[in-house]
Design a binder for this molecule. Structure first.
Ligand code: ATP
Ligand code: MG
Length: 249
């Protein structure tokens, strides 16, 4: 396991016009940590992920990823350092098969060009990796299924698999249980608990059972600011958190 700090943010900010969506966030993440990021709608959670991943450029502050200052680097350079993410809204190719979705994700991180008219066997190493990852998210046997024909729960599992395809060391999960039934959410939570403990995970999650069940650390965002940060127990007991967030649950 790497001893290098996976992620450090200092004074990270993003303004959209006059709206301070992320307003001076400091964050220090340990190797192997499982940290939940919670907060009401519009708190700035997804914007924070977009800044870390490089999908948005910050208005201010600094992002250090595995010891490298990536504040101004494009997202593919961050991916090459070991960062992967999932999105709040499904981003699968709906009419491609599960395996084709996986191969596209895997080859995006390689120099190999994928051509569907060539037999799958000619992508031996990608194919083996894809199958192993699908198995790890309980989708073994679904390789040939068209993505849009999977259940919602299976589609979310596939999104996690796509993020895992590049062997990330830091994984950002943006509401992996969004749109799932309680039973499907529980399955997702169980699956996330089986991921390699060496992978550092930040998870945005509205489902408190999932968030508190997985995380060893919880950070609460409100109006772009960190209003609480600590153990799940400490955050649950925080009166301000109860007032603005948990009280509405
Ligand atoms: N590209 C954008 N342009 C302008 N405003 C934006 C943009 N993206 C987000 N915002 C605004 O920034 C604020 C934070 O949005 P963000 O999506 O980060 O919240 P969130 O905490 O992820 O909320 P949710 O729980 O609903 O997903 C919101 O007020 C949102 O409307
Ligand atoms: Mg969001």
């Amino acid at each position: 396991m790497s001893e290098i700090q996976p992620l450090a943010l200092s004074g990270l900010s993003k303004a959209f016009g006059g709206l301070h969506a992320v307003a001076g966030v400091d964050l220090s993440v340990r190797p192997g940590e499982r940290r939940a990021i919670i907060g009401p709608n519009g708190a700035g959670k997804t914007t924070l992920f977009n800044l870390i991943s490089g999908d948005l450029m910050p208005s201010g502050g600094r992002i250090v990823l595995f010891g490298h200052d990536v504040t101004r680097l494009p997202s593919f350079r961050r991916a090459a350092l070991g960062l992967a993410r999932t999105f709040q809204i499904t981003t699968l190719f709906p009419s491609l098969s599960v395996l084709e979705n996986m191969l596209l994700a895997a080859q995006a991180l390689e120099r190999t060009k994928l051509m569907f008219h060539r037999p799958l066997g000619s992508y031996g190493h990608l194919y083996a990796r894809a199958r192993a990852v699908l198995e790890s998210v309980d989708l073994a046997g679904k390789e040939g299924e068209t993505a849009k024909n999977l259940s919602h729960g299976e589609q979310r599992q596939l999104e996690v698999a796509l993020a895992l395809a590049g062997r990330p060391r830091l994984l950002l999960l943006d509401e992996p249980t969004a749109g799932l039934s309680p039973a499907e959410s529980q399955m997702m939570a169980a699956l996330l608990r089986t991921l390699d403990p060496a992978i550092t995970i930040l998870i945005i999650e509205h489902d408190m059972d999932v968030a508190f069940g997985l995380a060893d650390h919880v950070m609460v965002l409100h109006n772009g600011r960190v209003i609480a940060d600590g153990s799940p127990e400490a955050v649950k007991a925080d009166p301000l958190v109860a007032e603005i967030y948990l009280g509405t649950d």
